[in-house]
Write a protein that binds this ligand. Structure first.
Ligand code: SF4
Length: 357
């Protein structure tokens, strides 16, 4: 069956069913890039809120480049995978610096070729293809997880799509499928079709599918088995014990007795999780949470993609803050001004239900 018939059926479905999302209504490459980075590990509804806040605060590359990394991390708080925020900021600075080195007075513009976009920190083949096609209508595929699934089913491919060989194979196929006259529409439509219709659990979607006549997996009865993934790496367990020091009386910052103070520390290992985020002083142990007394104990389990954190938060009321390397004393209500990990925010939610004072 011809590609043109496939396009006709796919676009008709898209026209009726697609979600109205602001980054689809624009060809501003910056706005599209921002949406793509936010949506890499985030659901659309949650991402929309963050995208709007970022666009309102930093509406273009120049303003984002001029921001402090700490402010960007703070705005990103709650989305997780903070390397995305760091790379976003670094990429904005790279774009501005590259252009300033050529012509200081020229208006800063987002890179326009696939290669230049791909060279930005945090941008892989998928994101570069998405920006090149959505912003500039250039004929590059944008293979996200949804597209891999649709392609695997349309062509009944029983190879893992997330290995190097699998990626090459799928890439060859999508190059043949891609609508070179309408790459923006094609990529938008196939991604949306995978997100909303050709989903991991199919129910009885296949029976009413507008692409049924093009779908080899449907014909062979293999749709539910696809796509194939390589085996997942084992999840690593870690045990963190956090010390939440709470001081009511005195501090090095202020003499107001009504203030409540605490101690926080920034994570400084670039190879570990939550680099440059703040948290309460933490001790990591090998096989279980520390058995130490605190005035209050909160145990939380926090699951990341490859790690499971077994956390314990111990509240210590104290008249004098301990002197711990790398820590700073802040007022309790200033915690909101620091970029904190999702785990710390979860603990704070519980602590705030019954404030420490
Ligand atoms: S027939 Fe089923 S598996 Fe094939 S494209 Fe449609 S929904 Fe996906």
């Amino acid at each position: 069956m011809s590609n043109s018939l496939l396009y006709r059926h796919l676009y008709a479905w898209y026209e009726t069913n697609h979600r109205a999302l602001p980054w689809r209504e624009t060809d501003d490459a910056y706005a599209i890039w921002l949406s793509e980075i936010i949506l890499q590990q985030t659901r659309v509804l949650q991402g929309l809120d963050y995208w709007r806040r970022f666009m309102a605060r930093w509406p273009d590359v120049e303003s984002l480049a001029a921001a402090d990394e700490a402010e960007v991390l703070r705005e990103w708080q709650g989305l997780g995978y903070y390397s995305r925020a760091r790379n976003l900021h670094k990429a904005a600075q790279q774009i501005v610096n590259n252009q300033a080195s050529q012509d200081k007075n020229a208006k800063v513009v987002f890179p326009k070729t696939f290669e230049d976009i791909r060279a930005l920190p945090g941008v892989g083949d998928y994101t570069a293809g998405a920006i090149a096609s959505f912003a500039y209508n250039q004929p590059y595929p944008a293979m996200d997880g949804n597209v891999y699934r649709v392609v695997a089913r349309l062509l009944d491919i029983d190879e893992a799509f997330d290995t190097s060989a699998g990626k090459r194979l799928f890439h060859k196929h999508i190059e043949v499928l891609l609508d070179r006259e309408n790459p923006r529409l094609f990529n938008s439509a196939i991604m949306e079709f995978g997100a909303l219709y050709c989903t991991p659990s199919l129910g009885d979607n296949c029976a009413h599918c507008p692409l049924q006549a093009h779908c080899a997996a449907y014909m062979h009865g293999t749709a539910e088995l696809l796509p194939i993934r390589k085996p997942r790496p084992k999840v690593r367990d870690r045990w963190f014990t956090y010390h939440v020091y709470v001081n009511y009386q005195q501090s090095t910052v202020s003499n107001q007795p009504s203030d409540v103070f605490t101690l926080i520390r920034r994570r400084e290992n670039p190879k570990d999780i939550w680099y440059h985020l703040y948290e309460f002083p933490c001790e990591e142990t090998q096989s279980e949470r520390l058995k130490v007394n605190g005035e209050r104990i909160i145990d939380l389990t926090h699951v990341l993609s490859h790690q499971k954190i077994h956390a314990r938060f111990l509240v210590h009321k104290t008249q004098k803050m301990p002197e711990l390397p790398g820590t700073i004393v802040i007022r309790w209500d200033e915690l909101n001004d620091y970029a904190l990990s999702r785990l710390t925010l979860r603990a704070l939610d519980t602590l705030r239900l019954t404030p420490p004072n």
